[in-house]
Write a protein that binds this ligand. Sequence first.
Ligand SMILES: CC/C=C\C/C=C\C[C@@H](O)/C=C/C=C/C=C\[C@@H](O)CCCC(=O)O
Ligand code: ZN
Length: 659
Amino acid sequence: MNKQARQQQTSINSSSSSSYISYYIYNNNTFTTTTTSSRRSSPTTLSSDQYLRYSKMDPSSLSNPQDAKVNSLHLVLDVEFATSRLVGYVDVRSVLQSDSVSTLILDSNNLEISKVTDLENNPINLGAVHSIFGTPVEIEIAEGQRGKNKEFNARVYYNTTPSSVALQWLKPEQTAGKKHPYLFSQCQAIHARSLVPCQDSPSNKVTYSAQITVDSPLTALMSALSTGKKENGDKTVFTFEQDIVIPTYLIAIVVGNLDSRKIGPRSHVWSEPETVAAGEFEFANTEKFIAAGESILTPYIWKKYDVLLLPPSFPYGGMENPMLTFVTPTLIAGDRSLENVVAHEIAHSWCGNLVTNKYWSEFFLNESFTVLLERKIIERLTNNEMFQFESINGFKHLQDDIDTFGHDNPLTALRPNLDGIDPDDAFSSVPYEKGFNLLCYLETLVGVKDFEAWLKAYITKFAYQSITAQQMKDFFVEYFEQLGKKDAIAVVDWETWFNAPGLPHTCCKFESKLADTAKELAKKWISTKGEGFNNDSEFKQFNSAQIILFLDTLITETEKEKLSVDVLEKIDNLYKLSETKNSEYKNKWYTLCLRHGIQKIEPLVVKFVTSQGRMKFTRPLYRELFKVNKDLAQSTFKTHRHFYHSICSKMVAKDLALE
Ligand SMILES: CC/C=C\C/C=C\C[C@@H](O)/C=C/C=C/C=C\[C@@H](O)CCCC(=O)O
Ligand SMILES: [Zn+2]
């Protein structure tokens, strides 16, 4: 046997408690497998010492871009609906950062890795499993291949497993068309490692390309340009190219029976044929949003901006996957009233996708700038009133989340310590809204004109990079000192803004007459107990932000002194809230009713939380239901848990004390 023929590679069944290693022996162009339990000395669980050793740069990753920096990935994968697996390999190209580097470490989670090859026949060693961060894949670099600035390339053969968190596999009956299966991914924050072995840290940016084989007539799309489509028997092979560097959490894939409609010069909406017309109508303002973003910041660099309208279990409102934003169907209100989510995802084209948080603990760098730009885009297309109003509603959301987490909870700081913490557990509106308040505060200190010039300079300076909050702060201070505004910005207490838990210590004042009107109507209902209300004349003039604030005000203002069932029924009779199709109104109305013990709302709540899996709605509503009817909440979730994306079912299970 020559050297290549003796090639032995390992595969660890990491999901099994009694791990085994399969040795693949290459002979006569085939691989045979032998299994042993004696060759694996590493423990099955990563100790905290080992975790610290692996995660020394980024606490959310066990990989080592500081030693061997991965620059590109090439994925070659077959999409196997029958086994709910992606099967194939990834070519990983890295550059060694010093002479002493002897290992390339990738993140993986719930993957089965069968072998690693390179020209030098290097061995692979899978590390122990960490329950949150997965299994480090250590690839030894042969002595002859070591050396600063040398390229090191490896091919990792692997398959995903049904436990790969990034992926949700839908059966035909779970789709709108009921005929074809469907697959989609959600990689943010740390789930790309369950789709492909990679350095899954936002500190490291890569380009990627892919060749994806699917059953005909299904279509595959990725967060990349489509570069080809070839029929091959009963299969279709799609190729993709993303040549702009991105963090791995922006790798995305969808496979399904997909149709598209053009909605702008650089945009299509994609979805199952049954829903594409609704998407075409709802997201018709896409180009206006992109153009407004360009007028505020810099030219849009991502060549195209498509929107994918997903099946209802998609766990978020939207996900800013480059070139192909993923959105929930709960945005389909029929009147474009929830289109600000598209403006938000477009804003990520600059904030997050171009300038990226280096660590998840500084997620506010992505989200606060995005919320600010989203609101500036809406402002440019409407008026300042809408900017103010959305900021008021956002602050309410922040108050609710801080109440839920607890005002002293360290996770309510803008820069929480995420060592050993699952980013999904830390997720809240804090990075969005508290971060937005910081930026608004900074804007009031220096003035809108200069602040917007700084925003443009910030994006230009840090484009294509991953940065820290310290870099953002330093650039702000340096920029405004040079502009002669040293005194104006000297008052900023950065330490408190960044690290103190709870609500912002300095609050911006947002004012809107429309908001006042909505609050007044709610307060009038409370003070009069519904006396004198005979029609919906005031309510029917409200825009969606007003309806949300009206309901929010009823919720907060009746915390101590509840309304009677009769008053709530009168509100419902006049405003038809139980009949609404708008997901945001449902969320608020159902919360209000559950908090008032209106039992007849429970079937509607159950219907809503089992017909869509957007965590913004499912998590709080399950929690509310749990408070009033624990059995119903738990049994509903148990019956429907496989409907949800696994990120959502993981979080709801925790919320309902089922873990
Ligand atoms: C402070 C650090 C907290 C978290 C770290 C980062 C990511 C958290 C992870 O759970 C992923 C989040 C993905 C979010 C995607 C889209 C959101 O903007 C949607 C917001 C809610 C909604 O509208 O449904
Ligand atoms: Zn966002």
